[in-house]
Ligand binder design. Structure first.
Ligand SMILES: CC(C)(COP(=O)(O)OP(=O)(O)OC[C@H]1O[C@@H](n2cnc3c(N)ncnc32)[C@H](O)[C@@H]1OP(=O)(O)O)[C@@H](O)C(=O)NCCC(=O)NCCS
Length: 142
């Protein structure tokens, strides 16, 4: 991901999440030298993005998103594999993430790759009616 990708990234984010990240958050991630990646089609169109922070042997998957009209085609799984490879290259031994328990597709994807629930953050996410807990999941890397 480069700064010039941000218009498209923010547009994709807004189409895919009820509570999207702002442009400023993505810009901060780029400045912080997080692992910031986009999924690009052969025609050059950006259809997804992923953000991972790594430090002290631990990685944290902060965002993974495939544009709504391109979901269910295997891009999310491919992007997640790539983000895990990045974590391994940066010598992380574990990857953590938070997910809404109501997010069935994401939960299924994470579980299929071996992520296990390790905790709960009460009231972590904004929701249509109040807040929603986060399920914390972890994957030990070989
Ligand atoms: C979660 C997300 C990244 C998955 O990406 P995707 O490209 O749609 O997913 P894929 O096509 O790679 O499918 C990956 C797995 O998800 C599950 N899945 C995909 N679509 C599904 C559906 N409609 N119902 C149930 N499970 C589904 C399956 O386990 C699938 O694996 P399989 O095809 O081998 O069975 C994507 O749906 C997305 O961007 N959602 C909005 C943002 C979001 O919720 N991000 C996660 C925040 S924690």
């Amino acid at each position: 991901m480069a700064g010039t990708d941000l218009d498209q990234v923010v547009d994709n984010e807004m189409r895919s999440y009820a509570f999207p990240w702002t442009r400023g958050v993505f810009a901060d991630c780029l400045k912080s030298a997080y692992e910031c990646w986009v999924v690009q089609t052969g025609g050059g169109e950006l259809i997804g993005h992923g953000i991972l922070s790594v430090g002290a042997g631990e990685a944290h998957l902060l965002n993974i998103c495939i544009r709504r009209d391109r979901q269910g085609e295997g891009h999310g799984r491919a992007l997640l594999h790539h983000m895990l490879d990045c974590a391994r290259l940066r010598r992380a031994h574990v990857v953590f993430l938070e997910v809404r328990p109501s997010n069935r597709v994401a939960m299924t994807l994470y579980r299929s790759l071996g992520f296990e629930p390790v905790g709960r953050r009460p009231g972590y996410y904004p929701a249509d009616r109040g807040v929603e807990d986060a399920q914390v999941m972890a994957l030990a890397l070989a």
